[in-house]
Design a binder for this molecule. Structure first.
Ligand code: ATP
Length: 513
């Protein structure tokens, strides 16, 4: 097993054992690509959603929130293009009977050339140290240039085939590149077919009286159809944004890789409405604002990279992904898309209602252009877990497993522990919890030795352990131990709220934005 796969397996096991993520309906052997969040998982997820929501809605005067229904009028999905075009090209391997996305097979093949380039660059850095000119090396090294040319060639071919809807050509490209089933090595492929990803259900209970509706495959359309409701009721002037978080559903062909690709997942989307012609400036603005948001989150700047889209979606005039270095390699975490006026115009056409904005300065009506930022909360959760998951060898040679979740996002912020279960220590510990719990999620823990309790808290990522001992009853001081450094300090109980405020509050993150 490759070390990365091994890491993913361990994360999945850890997430289950410690109450972060469970397979859905597990007693019935689970349901593929659906997961449930346990007690610590739901806290972490709420904190991540909060960080996003506050950064978007609280810190930007010109962004407001919305919570639209999952069910929408079926015509919505005609207008948005999802009924006709929300397809993935799928291909089956005849020997293994496994199904794959043709674009993913090709993308994974291309990734091999990228890895070669990065290896050459890493060698150069190792050999020449500080004197290594990476930019020049990438622009001139024959190996790098050859591999880059190969990437460009394959991407170019794939783009034109998809634009021409030439699925036979896509199959031929897969064969020409010698792409084999990643699991079995077989090259015995079926034809490529298009597969619509929307889940269909029925509205209405009487046979013949029902109509087909869809579970939303993205939250964005709820924002578009409410564009004027929101703009008028909150008196927003362009440029302004509408933010929304909520469930989305896709009948994914490859539903593997834990919570990276689920059939039911949560999105956090923001549609930013701008004056036509200014969208590419705003696109750049949101690219830098979003990468900054990620960097401040604290999962390691080296774990992110931008990836420009080769095949633009039917609605976009510029698009990129922010990719994260997951245990399976760099993969999409967030999409940033300049969606033009495609959606609003299309909803105007299908609904017969105007979705225009009167610009008070220019004294004209127009359909705004839209720049969207769209991030999957579950993928952000996996990114956080995988960056946080660390096996550490300590000075005394022993090991510990610690989740270095950024402090402000940790499910439990402090564990309060009486040294013994007697002599008034539990009561003192509970007094401390009562003081802290309004602002911080705390846990009371009195079982086992202090060492074991520390390990238990390390494994769920609790940043601070506060121990109450006999001296605490006399001097009102406690020992506070920090998760990552394991440093212990004696502090006054009355200072705990302000210490916690400085170290673990969400404000600490938001202030850096
Ligand atoms: P991919 O290419 O990986 O299928 P996408 O380009 O279809 O993703 P978007 O339509 O741009 O994804 O959706 C926006 C975000 O929603 C993605 O960046 C991702 O974080 C999240 N997302 C999309 N599909 C899933 C899924 N099946 N499970 C979990 N998160 C998802």
């Amino acid at each position: 097993m490759k070390p990365q796969e091994d890491k993913l397996k361990r994360i999945i096991g850890h997430a289950k054992e410690y109450g972060f993520v469970f397979p859905s309906s597990e007693i019935y052997d689970g349901l593929s690509a659906t997961y449930d969040y346990g007690p610590y998982g739901v806290e972490l997820k709420n904190n991540l959603r909060n960080y996003w929501w506050q950064a978007m809605v609280k810190l930007n005067e010109n962004i407001v929130g919305l919570d639209a229904a999952i069910f929408m009028h079926p015509t919505t999905w005609k207008a948005s293009g999802h009924v006709d075009a929300f397809n993935d090209p799928l291909i089956d391997n005849k020997d293994s009977k496994k199904r794959y996305r043709a674009d993913v097979l090709i993308e994974d093949h291309i990734e091999k050339y990228r890895v070669k380039i990065e290896k050459d660059v890493a060698k150069g850095i190792k050999r020449f140290g500080d004197s290594f000119d990476e930019v020049q090396f990438r622009a001139t090294n024959p190996n790098v240039l050859r591999n880059q040319a190969k990437i460009d060639e394959i991407e170019g071919q794939f783009k034109s085939l998809m634009e021409a809807e030439d699925l036979a050509g896509v199959k031929k490209l897969i064969e020409d590149l010698g792409i084999a089933d990643p699991e079995t090595g077989s090259k015995n492929w079926t034809d490529v077919r298009q597969f619509n990803l929307m889940f269909k259900t029925e509205l209405g209970s009487v046979a013949g009286d029902s109509s087909d509706i869809y579970l939303r495959p993205e939250t964005a359309q709820g924002i578009f159809v409410n564009f004027l409701n929101v703009q008028k009721s909150s008196r927003m002037k362009i440029p302004f944004g509408i933010a929304q978080t909520g469930k989305a559903f896709r009948n994914e062909i490859i539903a593997r890789q834990f919570i990276f690709r689920m059939r039911e997942f949560e999105q956090m989307e923001m549609q930013f409405f701008v004056k036509p012609g200014t969208e590419l400036e705003w696109y750049e603005h949101w690219k830098s604002a979003r990468i900054k948001w990620h960097e401040i989150l604290g999962l390691g700047e080296e774990n992110y990279r931008f990836h420009d889209h080769v095949k633009l979606a039917h609605y976009a005039n510029a698009a990129c992904d922010i990719e994260f270095n997951f245990p399976m390699g760099f993969k999409e975490l967030e999409g940033i898309h300049s969606r033009t006026d495609f959606d609003l115009k299309s909803h105007e056409e299908f609904s017969g209602k105007k979705l225009q904005y009167f610009d008070p300065e220019d004294k004209e009506n127009y359909v705004p252009y839209v720049v969207e930022t769209s991030i999957g909360l579950d993928r952000l959760f996996l990114a956080t877990l995988s960056a946080a998951f660390v096996d550490e060898t300590l000075e005394d040679g022993s090991t510990r497993m610690v989740l270095r979740i950024p402090h402000a996002l940790a499910p439990v912020k402090a564990a309060v522990m009486p040294l013994l279960k007697k002599d008034g220590l539990p009561e003192k510990a509970r007094e401390i919890i009562d003081r802290l719990k309004i602002d911080f999620n705390c846990q009371y823990d009195e079982k086992d030795s202090i060492g074991k309790r520390y390990r238990r808290q390390d494994a769920i990522g609790t940043p601070y352990c506060i121990t109450v001992d006999h001296d605490s009853l006399e001097d009102n001081m406690v020992t506070i131990r920090e998760r990552d450094s394991m440093k212990q300090e004696r502090v006054a109980i009355e200072d705990l709220p302000s210490i916690m405020n400085q170290k673990v509050s969400m404000a600490q993150l938001l202030q850096k934005l």
